[in-house]
Design a protein around this ligand. Structure first.
Ligand SMILES: N[C@@H](CCC(=O)N[C@@H](CSC=O)C(=O)NCC(=O)O)C(=O)O
Length: 276
């Protein structure tokens, strides 16, 4: 693991690191905030999965999580959203496919399968690296994310029972199989079998019996992507009549940006701290 930067913040450390990823067959970059409590004891780990077009840096620079994470003693891990590099397949015309748009799935289709193994990367390879490199309590993990990253967080919570103790999302893509935002990438990464797609769709996973105790979702009503790509009411319908608890908060005037995310970041960190 290479240290790209380390800066003291709120008594802890905000770092950016890179490593050769076996899963993604390329060098991957990620950010980690380590709170001051880690000098005394292992700390819970909160995974933040970013949205389309993001790297590790968007939330690190605009998410405003450090003050509260330091207060609550949370390690915050912010991975990249896809494999990167000149040899990694990309799309020059579609921002919802290729680099910056990994959708947190393991691609099976050529030419993407060689590098686009984001599910394995986030759920296996990177946790092992974090466990070995930081004072992390891996028995106390939570996961959250934004938009495409909200989809990643919710599907991982549902697919890996017992792994995460808490899950929340900002403006998540709750039904990628029916969202024009995700369909193009799903076809390129996963092929055309709808049964395969449904394994990466929070609504479809719940319909198939997957369970997670409770979700927090924040959504802005002025989000330009609300009707087209997000539709949180589909998840509300999916969990109705199940034992899954959903707190869905609609916020007047908020859009899809990091101004929205940073406004509610403290709430999400407290939500996780109470559950991990
Ligand atoms: N390029 C797009 C807008 C892309 C965008 O809004 N990306 C969001 C995530 S969208 C869902 O996954 C984001 O987080 N952007 C980074 C940021 O720092 O705001 C367009 O032109 O419409």
């Amino acid at each position: 693991m290479n240290i790209l930067s380390e800066n003291t913040a709120f008594g802890g450390m905000q770092g950016v690191f890179s490593h050769d990823s076996e899963a993604c067959n390329c060098e991957m970059t990620f950010a980690v905030f380590v709170p001051p409590q880690a000098t005394e004891r292992p700390c819970p780990v909160l995974w933040y999965l970013s949205g389309l077009t993001c790297t590790h840096a968007n939330v690190m620079e605009k998410g405003e999580y450090r003050r509260m994470a330091a207060e609550l003693g949370l390690i915050i891990v912010c991975p990249d959203t896809s494999p990167r590099g000149k040899d990694v397949p990309d799309s020059l015309t579609n921002w919802q496919l290729g680099q910056g748009a990994g959708f947190y799935v393991d691609a099976t289709e050529s030419p993407y399968a060689l590098n686009y193994q984001m599910e394995t990367y986030i759920t296996k390879e990177l946790p092992a690296l974090i466990a070995g490199s930081f004072r992390a309590d891996m028995d106390r993990q939570g996961i959250f994310g934004h938009s495409m990253g909200g989809h990643g967080a919710m599907t991982f919570a549902l697919k890996y029972p017992g792994r995460y103790k808490s899950c929340s999302a900002f403006a998540p893509i709750v039904s990628p199989t029916t969202s024009p935002w995700a369909q193009g990438a799903f076809e390129k990464y996963l092929g055309t079998d709808p049964d395969v797609w449904r394994k990466h769709d929070a609504c479809a996973l719940v319909a198939a019996g997957a369970r997670f105790p409770e979700f927090l979702i924040d959504q802005g009503t002025a989000d330009g992507f609300l009707e087209e790509g997000l539709k949180p009411w589909l998840f509300e319908a999916a969990v109705k009549d199940t034992d899954i608890a959903l707190t869905l908060r609609m916020h007047e005037r908020y859009d899809h940006s990091y101004y929205f995310i940073s406004t509610f970041m403290d709430d999400h960190l407290r939500w996780h701290a109470e559950r991990v």
